[in-house]
Design a protein around this ligand. Structure first.
Ligand SMILES: Cc1ncc(COP(=O)(O)O)c(C=O)c1O
Length: 367
């Protein structure tokens, strides 16, 4: 029987097994569910792994970015520059923190913010830049930092997709004033929902602590010196996160292998183009992404073969809530949406699955 009738090849599937269950059981046995021993260890592991000295946890990447923006006390109504090609959360977190997202186009090869377009978007109302490290590699964050310093702007890095990605030897998310890495179920390392927020210095770190814990640095007191809310997560999530961190290298190696197999199998097929990894960046493939002018037809073909696909992001400057912010077309972001397809990429994929997907794509292009 052909494989397609047996099972669908899914886009993502988290790498979960007994190793997550064991510490989870301990949480239940200890009757300790909110932030506690596992959270402490998870945070320490993340700081050690990334080299960031200041880190707090958050309920998800969106709220992590929101928290990271709030901690910088930027003027309400001021503008934050970000790429149009990103997930909606980059823009929505800024919006709810009282800022006005201003979108610039991205680089046609790397899909990351085009650093040559940032300065022309800066005006007297600009307070910050939010670069995004898309699809598992770094943007030109050194250049973003240089521009921000020249113009006195803050930087919030959207590192949601870039756990384990280093740029010129430093981990993404450690360059800006604040940043957030997501642990959503489709991320390289997952806690179901969850995120870590990094801070450049102790002052910002103290702001993060207060903002995430009802305006106090530590629980136990009912005097709240500042304003704050509840951004805690659970110890059970951190138990899962710690086991996931133990698996990081295996996850990375598997993803790189899949990426290589796809590239070898699809090189020169039809009009397919690949992502180019930024110079100076390491790569932890987040999706396997291809571009083709036959996007819709190829998606239909693959879906009919039982291969789950996903489209690229719809540009932010065209999103209904942000259309008023757009004063021009951003052709690369628009082109990415009209040509981009994400192919399955997860730990449970077998080499035969990749050969099958490659074969179906080659068939589509008549090869
Ligand atoms: C680029 C980017 N930013 C922010 C987020 C938001 O993270 P979360 O889903 O954990 O809220 C995501 C999640 O997919 C993302 O891909």
């Amino acid at each position: 029987m052909p494989k397609i009738l047996l099972e669908k090849i899914t886009q993502v599937k988290p790498f979960l097994d007994e190793r997550e269950l064991e510490p989870l059981r301990e949480s239940i046995d200890n009757k300790w569910l909110t932030e506690g021993p596992w959270s402490k260890l998870f945070l320490e592991r993340l700081k050690e792994f990334t080299g960031s000295p200041y880190a707090v946890l958050a309920p998800n990447g969106t709220l992590g970015l929101f928290l990271g923006i709030l901690a910088l006390d930027l003027p309400r109504g001021s503008e934050i520059i970000m790429p149009s090609f990103t997930f909606f959360a980059s823009a929505s977190s800024a919006y709810f923190a009282g800022l006005r997202p201003v979108f610039v186009d991205v680089d046609d090869d790397t899909f990351n913010i085009d650093v040559n377009l940032i300065e022309e978007a800066i005006n007297e109302n600009t307070s910050a830049i939010m670069p995004v490290h898309i699809y598992g590699h770094s943007c030109r964050i050194d250049e973003v930092i240089r521009i921000s310093e020249k113009h006195g702007l803050k930087v919030i890095e959207d590192a949601a997709q870039s756990l384990g990605v280093f740029y010129n030897g430093s981990h993404t998310g450690t360059f800006g004033d604040t940043s957030a890495i997501s642990f959503f179920a489709d991320k390289t390392v997952t806690t179901g929902e969850g995120a870590v927020v990094f801070a450049r210095d102790e002052v910002i770190y103290d702001r993060l602590l207060c903002l995430r814990n009802q305006g106090r640095k530590k629980s136990g007191s009912f005097i709240h010196p500042e304003m704050g809310m509840n951004f805690r997560i659970t110890d059970m999530q951190c138990a899962v996160g710690l086991s996931q961190m133990d698996k990081f290298e295996a996850i990375r190696q598997k993803r790189l292998r899949i990426d290589t197999l796809y590239r070898e199998g699809l090189n020169g097929v039809g009009d397919i183009r690949f992502l180019k990894v930024e110079n100076g960046s390491t790569f932890v493939p987040f999706r396997f992404v291809i571009r083709t002018e036959s996007k819709d037809a190829l998606i239909s073909h693959l879906e009919a073969c039982g291969i789950e696909t996903r489209s690229f992001f719809y540009p932010m400057h065209l999103q209904p809530p942000f259309r008023g912010n757009a004063n021009k077309s951003l052709p690369v972001s628009e082109g990415l949406y009209s040509s981009g397809i994400c192919l399955p990429l997860h730990h449970y994929l077998k080499e035969d699955d990749i050969y099958f997907i490659v074969q179906k794509i080659r068939e589509f292009f008549g090869e």
